[in-house]
Design a protein around this ligand. Structure first.
Ligand SMILES: [Zn+2]
Length: 378
């Protein structure tokens, strides 16, 4: 187990407004064993599990009146616009994909003019995150992590071997590849929780974070959501994960937020004994402080992906950081979605209500249940 250091978050006096958008994307039929281990220990990982969403986030920066999106979910016309190799793998594989609306329409219906969006940040190039920028203004920038251009552009069909993304997403558009090294020399970068950062607006309100492993240049973001209200109070943040971790079982429990004896029911002790690290020799202590699962599968660098996950645990264990992973279905049960704003998440108790819900899918045999669950059917 990695030693956790206490998390030091930067000071600042500017916040951004964060809205969590349900992109209506649902991706089903992919068993957890595709990206998590050990499947030998948890039978649920080998089954085709429930459809997962792919969240997008609207960031509004009041001082500059700038709006930025973080990820876009699936594009509405994916069946004709996605590259042929991806379509073939969907046709021949178990993955099921569905989307009802694109983010531009969702924004419009929620009272936000899509033409007012200044930039979209892609956590990475996968088609369930990049949506369809052509539905926005031609002046909207695409912001990506280091190495993205060389690894994935110009995309399909401009370069047949670059089929993981499509050329039309970038055509005629400013593609800004951020550089953490430059941000350090320009004074816009500092390390937060072990991650290199890029201070997007230059005022500490919204950072892009270098969270490598899943893909080349994969990035996450950290948004300051509230300022300290009293001397003893702390600022709050939302961590926009992208695919830094596919599921909460990769983050929880942790040294920073150990498994409690009681969760939602009488099943706390039973869950504890099912943990991959559980042993009576140490009284189950290691199991209480290690995530149920580890990373495996189709990452560009599995070891780096695991390192990013290890570092993320300190954020996830902090009571003033709300970690929102792109594919976390439990957010849909708990949070107020766009056009609502998520900034008051701590006051509204979202973190506590979300934190252990992943156990329901990991251990269906234990029959965990929470009040107010929404049905999430394909
Ligand atoms: Zn991905």
């Amino acid at each position: 187990m990695i030693e956790q250091q206490s998390l030091i978050l930067p000071k600042g006096d500017i916040t951004v407004d964060v809205a969590i958008i349900d992109t209506t994307t649902r991706i089903g039929g992919v068993p957890g064993s595709h990206y998590m281990a050990p499947a030998t220990k948890y039978p649920s990982l080998s089954k085709s599990i429930a459809p997962k969403p792919s969240h997008s986030f609207l960031i509004t920066h009041p001082p500059s009146n700038t709006r930025v999106l973080f990820d876009l979910g699936l594009r509405i016309d994916w069946q004709i616009a996605t590259s042929r190799p991806i379509l073939r793998s969907i046709q021949n594989g178990s993955m099921r994909v569905r989307v009802e609306k694109d983010v531009a329409s969702i924004l419009y219906e929620g009272g936000v003019d899509p033409a007012s969006i200044d930039a979209v940040v892609f956590s990475h190039h996968h088609f369930d995150h990049t949506g369809d920028p052509t539905r926005f203004s031609q002046t909207m920038k695409v912001v990506v992590g280091p190495g993205y251009r060389e690894a994935y552009l110009p995309g399909w069909p401009a370069a047949k071997q670059k089929w993981e993304t499509t050329s039309d997403l970038y055509r005629g558009r400013d593609v800004v590849e951020i550089s953490y090294a430059n941000s350090l020399t320009s004074g816009r970068g500092l390390r937060i929780g072990g991650f290199e950062t890029y201070d997007y607006f230059g005022d500490g309100a919204f950072y892009l974070l270098h969270t490598p492993g899943h893909t080349v240049g994969h990035l996450s973001a950290l948004a300051r959501t509230t300022l300290p209200a009293h001397d003893s109070d702390t600022a709050t943040f939302i961590f926009l994960g992208g695919d830094v971790a596919h599921e909460c079982a990769l983050l929880r429990p942790s040294a920073a937020h150990p498994l409690p004896d009681q969760i939602s029911s009488r099943d706390g002790p039973r869950v504890h004994a099912l943990h991959r690290e559980y042993t009576v020799n140490d009284g189950g202590e290691t199991a209480k402080k290690s995530p149920f699962c580890t990373a495996t599968g189709p990452h560009s660098d599995v070891a780096a992906a695991q390192q990013s996950i290890d570092a993320l645990q300190a954020f996830d264990g902090a009571s003033n950081v709300f970690v929102a992973l792109a594919h976390d279905p439990d957010l849909l049960d708990v949070v107020e979605l766009f056009p609502g704003v998520a900034n008051q998440w701590r006051k509204r108790g979202w973190k506590e209500r979300c934190h252990w819900r992943f156990l329901k899918a990991l251990f269906p045999e234990l029959g965990f249940g929470w009040v107010g669950e929404r049905e999430n059917k394909m």
